[in-house]
Design a binder for this molecule. Structure first.
Ligand SMILES: Nc1ncnc2c1ncn2[C@@H]1O[C@H](COP(=O)(O)OP(=O)(O)OP(=O)(O)O)[C@@H](O)[C@H]1O
Ligand SMILES: Nc1ccn([C@H]2C[C@H](O)[C@@H](COP(=O)(O)O)O2)c(=O)n1
Length: 225
């Protein structure tokens, strides 16, 4: 970890485009990328594999603290490896998404993952995507973006994404799921989803990906140079 490396935090609700924008910004600037949601997803998958009760905070936190993971990069794509196995697809499954949202609400799990996230900070800089990057994990980040979009637009985006992968889902179910996750992420006691006081809020409901990218790069230019 390098404490003087600049950090760009991109927080926001599910489907707002954080992951897409974070990757584009990191590629453009040659920065390291932290997908913090993947850490919660990996914790959830490891807990499900071990058949641990997801409400057992102590045991899930122990799993989070001892995760044997690494992120591998091939052809510009990042894959998540748990105990030597590529689980990139597994952690995106619906049951893991739901489980991740549950384990992410446990304070001891968040605490167990805190330093692991901070360890991603290195020169020339880091782009960190999640829910509490700007509020809790990197409160001193010089650039903080809170990316949002209406729940309906986020459900439509997810629908198109899943259809593109040949997964059949109902738009109505996706919208319900998004609302349920928003509610859990925003109303938990530990590090709830919220913009940091010094974050710039960007509503991408009617803004194309390229235009969001340009806005973020302008902010970076103004604040980091
Ligand atoms: N501004 C935009 N306009 C249209 N589509 C977008 C926009 N931003 C992202 N998308 C699309 O929306 C989908 C969801 O984006 P992405 O996975 O980046 O969201 P996310 O906020 O990281 O979600 P999660 O937190 O659930 O991982 C992707 O298919 C992406 O291409
Ligand atoms: N910093 C973070 C990142 C993610 N979470 C939660 C929110 C989701 O329920 C789950 C998976 O995240 P995603 O991959 O969809 O971004 O993890 C969080 O609480 N804090």
């Amino acid at each position: 970890m390098t404490n003087n490396a600049p950090v760009i935090t991109i927080d926001g609700p599910s489907g707002s485009g954080k992951g897409t924008i974070a990757k584009l910004v990191a590629d453009r600037l040659g920065y390291v990328l932290l997908d913090s949601g993947a850490l919660y997803r990996l914790t959830a998958l490891a807990a499900l594999n071990a058949e641990v009760d997801l409400a057992d905070e102590g045991r899930v936190a122990e799993i989070a603290a001892n995760l044997n993971i690494r992120f591998a990069i091939a052809d510009g794509e990042v894959s998540a490896v748990l105990d030597g196995k590529d689980v990139s697809r597994d952690i995106r499954m619906e049951r893991v998404s739901m489980a991740a949202s549950k384990v992410a609400a446990l304070p001891a799990v968040r605490e167990a993952l805190l330093q692991r996230q901070r360890d991603f900070r290195e020169l020339p800089g880091l782009v960190a995507d999640g829910r509490d990057m700007g509020t809790t994990v990197f409160p001193d980040a010089p650039v903080k973006v809170f990316l949002t979009a209406s729940a309906e637009e986020r459900a439509r985006r997810r629908f198109a994404q899943l259809q593109g992968r040949g997964v059949s889902v109902s738009l109505r179910d996706l919208l319900e799921d998004i609302r349920a996750r928003d509610d859990r992420d925003m109303n938990r006691a530990a590090s709830p989803l919220a913009p940091a006081d010094d974050a710039v809020v960007l509503d991408s409901t009617d803004i194309a990906i390229d235009d969001v990218l340009q806005k973020v790069l302008e902010l970076v230019q103004n604040r980091i140079g």
